[in-house]
Each structure stands twice: as C-alpha cells, then as structure tokens.
Ligand binder design. Structure first.
Ligand code: NAD
Ligand code: TYD
Length: 337
C-alpha cells in the first residue's frame, strides 16, 4: 500500500538528497516536505520535482503547532531532518538551535503521538557523543555534547527517547558522521574548501588541522535512513559512519590535489572554540541490519568535488547572497586578515 510521509527540512542538503532517493526507490509513495527555507533551505535543490504529483512542498516552521498537526494528520511516518545544523553558527548564537532542534522536535513528536504515526525517524548526528581520542563510539556510549549545536541535537534525542518510553511512539534514530555530496551549503568545510579553491581563495584550517572527522557520502546516509526506517527496532538508535577518517590538513590537501591548486591556498587560522578533536563511529549495528556504504572515501570525495565543478551557478548564487557574505565576514574576517 502506498504511504504518505512527512519530511521536514527537505530543502536542505541531506533532506533534498533523501527526497530524491526515496521517491526514486518508492515510486508509489508520496512526500510532503515542510521547510522554513532558512538561509540553508533552497527550493532549487528539488526543482526537478516541481511537476511531480508525488511531491508537495509546504513553506512553514516545524515549531508551528497547528500547521504541523494538520500535516501529520495525513501522514504515515515522519522523517525529521529540519535543524539549525552548523556548529560555527551555534557558537555565534544558539537561540535558533534550541528553538528549532529542540522545541521543533517536541512539536513534531506531540503531533506524531496524537495521530499515532507508524514511524518517527529522528535524523541525528555523531556529534551528540562529544569527542574521543581512541576507538569508536557504539550506541551505548553516553551523550556528552560539547557545543550548542550538538547539545541541541542531543536534547532532541532525549525527547524522542522519552516519547518512545512514555507514549509508545514508534521512534528510530540514526546518528551519522559528516556527510559530503551534492547540494551541501558552502559553510560546511568540504564545500567551502572546494568552492574557495576553485576561486583561488584561501582554505581556512582551524587550529593545527589535526582534528579528525569521518566522512560519509550522502547517498549512503540516505540508504541507511531508508533501512532503519523500515527495519530498525523501535526505540533504538543506529550509528551510520563511513569509516573514512581524515584530519583537516588531509582533507584540504585532497581537495587542492584533485582541483590542481597549490598548497599555498591552505591557511591555518584561529581555532574553533570547543573544537571536538575526533569523531569515530562503530556502525556494526546498522551493518547487521544489512547496510553497507556503496561509495569509498576517494570516490565520494571525487564525486563531491566534480558536482561543485559542474554546478557552479548553484553555489555562486549562494555565495553572492547577503546572508552568506555577512556570515563569511563575521566568521572569517578577522581569521583571514
Ligand atoms: P541543512 O542546514 O543543509 O538543512 C536544514 C534544513 O532545515 C533547511 O532546508 C532549513 O530551511 C530547514 N529548517 C531549519 N529550521 C527549520 C524550521 N524551524 N522548520 C522547518 N524547516 C527548517 O542541514 P543538513 O546538513 O541537511 O542536515 C540535516 C539533518 O541531518 C540535521 O538534522 C542535522 O543535524 C543532521 N545531520 C547532518 C550531518 C551533516 O554532515 N550535514 C551529519 C549528521 C546529521
Ligand atoms: P564542519 O564542516 O563545520 O563540520 P562539523 O564541525 O560539524 O564536524 O567542520 C568539519 C571540520 O573542519 C571540523 O574539524 C572543523 C574544521 N573546519 C575548519 O578547519 N575550517 C573551516 O572553515 C570549517 C568550516 C571547518
């Protein structure tokens, strides 16, 4: 039987890739995308679905109780991607992170409970665990977030857990590592470096550049979400990592190398406050469900870089916007002077 699903934040990076992935995979289902279109939301990310009857865009806020209830009433399941998602912005000011990531999740959970949706899928992050030096986190590790973004995502997860235990809501959570791929807003490190390198602008490396991140190709994240939504155990969380660890200097060098740009573009700048040293996930639990990434480290970076090379107008429009220019000046003005 065909289903109608609510996707929140579907006009952002991962949400838009997920809508495309899902509708291609399940041609009989329908998706309602509720998105506020903050600076990070871009209708162009899903313009290929403008005339598709299976896709409906609703411009609105997940904190709007009436709107959310009216949409959830028609849905079989909810995927909550909507969030303020950038650590550096959360350091500049955290209010919107608490409002959207925490209160917005509460509003969605309440509506899902009232309307007894079959599944509520919370898109979370490895950052909820904090920072580690050795080994890898499994799902039993405590959440020890260290910046306002990761704290807001951990708080949202606490609410999801409570709604499962208290109200029996059929929740699942995925905690993914750093995604890369098409349509990522160029404030995040990888698209920022690619687009700066294309323009011969500096690649700002925070601190000593030795902090480690695990990279996951966005399509592999989408396939894990799909699997956990359909096969995951209610009340459980699942790590989704790419097992592609690299430090800041290695990431910068890989991008410069593929684009044929000089290493002199790499610039060490003042560190991020509270900079997490390393993220690493043990993804054994989701692999036991049958998931495995389809794209390896080199191929995921190669495809990502190529997409930005081929889609210059997409990111040039963003980089010319007032919001981006103001943010870039505030974040990098002093650092890169
Ligand atoms: P993004 O910033 O690109 O997109 C966020 C989307 O949410 C935007 O379209 C924005 O307009 C929308 N939004 C923001 N506030 C809203 C509100 N109040 N109501 C409705 N819509 C709102 O983010 P992303 O990188 O695509 O991340 C999506 C989700 O995945 C987030 O929950 C994030 O925490 C999680 N996540 C991201 C990564 C990553 O590497 N980017 C990794 C793991 C988990
Ligand atoms: P980011 O893409 O913001 O993701 P997150 O902080 O959520 O992991 O940053 C990834 C890594 O890159 C992190 O260690 C911080 C570092 N970084 C820089 O060195 N320079 C930059 O300009 C940015 C945005 C990030």
């Amino acid at each position: 039987m065909s289903k109608t699903l609510l996707v929140t934040g579907g006009s952002g990076f991962i949400g838009s890739n997920f809508v495309r992935y899902y509708l291609n995979r399940y041609p009989d289902d329908r998706i309602i995308n509720l998105d506020k279109l903050t600076y990070a939301g871009n209708p162009a990310n899903l313009s290929d679905f403008d005339d598709d009857d299976r896709y409906r865009f609703v411009h609105g806020d997940i904190c709007d109780v009436e709107l959310v209830e009216s949409l959830v009433a028609d849905c079989d399941g909810v995927f909550n991607f909507a969030a303020e998602s950038h650590v550096d912005r959360s350091i500049l000011g955290g209010a919107e992170f608490v409002q959207t990531d925490v209160y917005g999740t509460y509003v969605l959970l309440e509506a899902a409970r009232k309307h007894e949706v079959e599944r509520f899928h919370q898109i979370s992050t490895d950052e909820v665990y904090g920072s580690l030096t050795e080994g890898a986190w499994d799902e039993g590790f405590p959440m020890e977030p260290r910046n306002p973004y990761s704290a807001s995502k951990a708080s949202a997860e606490m609410l999801v857990r409570a709604y499962h235990i208290t109200h029996g809501l059929q929740t699942v959570v995925t905690r993914a590592s750093n995604n890369i791929g098409p349509y990522q807003y160029p404030e995040k490190r990888v698209p920022l470096y690619i687009t700066n390198a294309i323009d011969d602008q500096p690649l700002p490396v925070y601190g000593n550049g030795l902090q480690i991140r695990d990279h996951l190709f966005v399509d592999d994240h989408c396939s894990a979400i799909d699997l956990v939504f359909h096969e995951g155990v209610a009340g459980e969380a699942y790590n989704v990592g790419g097992e592609n660890e690299a430090n800041g200097v290695e990431v910068a060098r890989a991008i410069l190398d593929q684009l044929g740009k000089p290493e002199s573009l790499l610039q060490f700048v003042e560190d991020r406050a509270g900079h997490d040293q390393r993220y690493a996930l043990n993804s054994g639990k989701v692999r036991q469900l049958g998931w495995q990434p389809a794209v390896d480290t080199e191929e995921s970076m190669r495809r990502t870089i190529q997409w930005y090379v081929d889609n210059e107008s997409w990111w040039r429009d963003i980089k010319a916007s007032d919001d981006y220019l103001a943010y870039y000046k505030r974040q990098y003005g002093e650092r890169l002077k």
